[in-house]
Ligand binder design. Structure first.
Ligand code: SAH
Length: 512
């Protein structure tokens, strides 16, 4: 069929083996233009966030229940959408043309006359090689590598793969989709002459925080895998290159490797912490305990902004406060000159960074990032009788106002509101109940209160049993948590994301 002028396009994109960072830049470009994304089940949900919010996202399992027959509805959906002029991304695990019916999908598009582009991806074999630290080729070990499927088409005869030739093959064998037939595969290879003591490994969920690797001589591999309870998706790697793991292992040696950490900050602030945790090997989960929103009534803020010239100090206790205050200032038709000669105080480095974002230099940042320290430093700096404006959330500690009121005129305004936000239907809470979350980070007292309030008895028991351990950002937050009757496992020595990550690493290394 000829291509019609207003036909869309289908991008067959390789999503890589699991870690969202392992998709190509071209793949990302395609995804950012997508109107429809049809993705494999194994594709990281985090990758789907790169498609426009308005794009429709469909998982292939929603198009057809049955694995064998799934390709037809997928092909139909792609072709129909492209014919309606849509930009379609077919996002496939690993590389689209390796063991994923990508070839068949491209054939269907070609036959239908739908324009398409194929964007290669990092195939699972390469992901497993890199992250399990097994070079698939190495001058001293293997000069060739074979990619094999261990899952035959049901209508193919058993002998479609020449196991005898593979047993003789002098390179590395990498077998996809073979975990459920591992016993038969190993038996076939040994029967055809592959030495039973050939080094071998199975890598489950390569490149992700869930990666798990079992290594054993070929003969013992099926038992070792059974004992470790490894399931699909997994890659079987056979060859002397597996020995190099001992020397090269890096991914699995990172300090938080295999740890599941729950981040409870508002979603827009979670990213920094999530990246730091993942960089150290953790699997990060996000369940915002609070979210922030605009005040429903701006009158007090607007009145204070109208009288800015009468204040000597403007004090911020969070980056959110800075963004909200400056945002309102602009909305009222002002620019930064409205701040005139006001002196600026920030509670900590993130708040100071938010000020610098607007080219404002804080005049005062305490060494430790707590209200007590900010109050102490301000008290020592301000001239008695001066006017101080505190721009903050609608809830929080009153310490700063109370302390400063002793020597200055203090006006406190709520420039943003905070509300409890835990989604009680989130699967993360079920993970926690099952003891599958190792650590929870709590970055403020309000977050701690909202988080603990959302726990049922089973989840609380996990905390008391030490299956899930709480790490807080400061002694103030720890105190709040203990008041709620829950134990604290560690506390940041500096009240920042970095501080909390350091405390977590320390805790994780103290008890393996
Ligand atoms: N097109 C994909 C392969 C699809 S077949 C690619 O190029 O990678 C699916 C098989 O790939 C799984 O059964 C498993 O053997 C392997 N696989 C996919 N992701 C994996 C991962 N993260 N870790 C280990 N094996 C994986």
């Amino acid at each position: 069929m000829a291509t019609s002028a207003n036909c869309g396009i289908v991008y067959l994109v390789g999503a890589g083996p699991g870690h969202p960072g392992l998709m190509t830049l071209r793949g990302l470009e395609c995804l950012q233009q997508a109107e429809l994304v049809i993705h494999d089940k194994l594709v990281s949900p985090r990758l789907l966030d790169y498609a426009p919010a308005s794009a429709t996202r469909i998982c292939v399992t929603d198009l057809a229940e049955c694995h064998v027959e799934r390709h037809r509805p997928v092909q139909k959906a792609m072709i129909n959408a492209a014919r309606q002029g849509k930009t379609v991304v077919r996002l496939k695990g690993g590389d689209p043309l390796l063991f994923g019916r990508g070839g068949e999908e491209a054939q269907a598009l070609a036959e239908a006359g739908v324009p398409f582009e194929i964007v290669p991806g990092v195939t699972a074999a390469l992901g497993a090689g890199a992250c399990a630290a097994i070079p698939l080729t190495h001058r001293a070990h293997a000069s060739a590598v074979a990619f094999i499927t261990g899952h035959e088409k049901p209508d193919k005869p058993e002998s479609a793969i020449d196991w005898e030739a593979l047993a003789r093959f002098q390179g590395t064998l990498v077998i996809y989709m073979g975990i459920s037939r591992l016993g038969q595969i190993v038996e076939a290879l040994i029967r055809h002459g592959k030495p039973a003591d050939t080094p071998a490994a199975v890598v489950h969920c390569a490149t992700t925080g869930e990666q798990s690797t079992v290594e054993a001589p070929l003969r013992e591999l099926p038992d070792a895998v059974l004992k470790a309870g490894l399931a699909a998706p997994a890659m079987i790697i056979i060859g002397s290159v597996v020995e190099l793991r001992r020397e090269l292992s890096w991914f699995e040696r990172r300090p938080l490797f295999g740890k599941r950490v729950l981040v409870t900050r508002p979603r827009h602030q979670a990213r920094d912490l999530v990246h730091r945790l993942e960089g150290l090997g953790a699997s990060a989960y996000v369940l915002p305990a609070v979210e922030i929103h605009e005040p429903s009534d701006w009158s007090a803020v607007d009145a204070a902004i109208g009288r800015l010239a009468s204040f000597h100090w403007l004090v911020f206790t969070s980056a959110n406060g800075v963004h909200a205050f400056i945002g309102r200032l602009k909305k009222l038709g002002n620019d930064l000159r409205a701040l005139g000669t006001l002196r600026l105080a920030a509670i900590g480095p993130k708040t100071a960074e938010a000020l610098r974002h607007y080219h404002l230099k804080p005049d005062l940042v305490p060494e430790r990032y707590q209200s007590e320290d900010l109050a102490g430093l301000l008290a020592a700096t301000i001239v008695p009788g001066q006017h101080v404006l505190l721009a903050r959330a609608d809830r929080g500690r009153e310490l700063l106002r109370d302390e400063l009121s002793r020597l200055a005129h203090v006006e406190q305004i709520a420039v943003y509101c905070q509300a409890d936000a835990i989604d009680v239907t989130s699967p993360v809470l079920a993970n926690l109940r099952r003891g599958e979350i190792d650590f929870v980070t709590l970055t403020s007292s309000n977050i701690a209160r909202a988080f603990v309030a959302a726990l049922d008895d089973v989840a609380r028991l996990r905390l008391h049993a030490g299956d899930t351990r709480l790490v807080t950002i400061s002694s103030v937050t720890s105190e709040e948590v203990r008041k709620l009757g829950v134990p604290v496992a560690a506390e940041a020595s500096e009240a920042t994301a970095e501080g909390i990550v350091d405390a977590l690493v320390h805790l994780a290394s103290a008890r393996p």
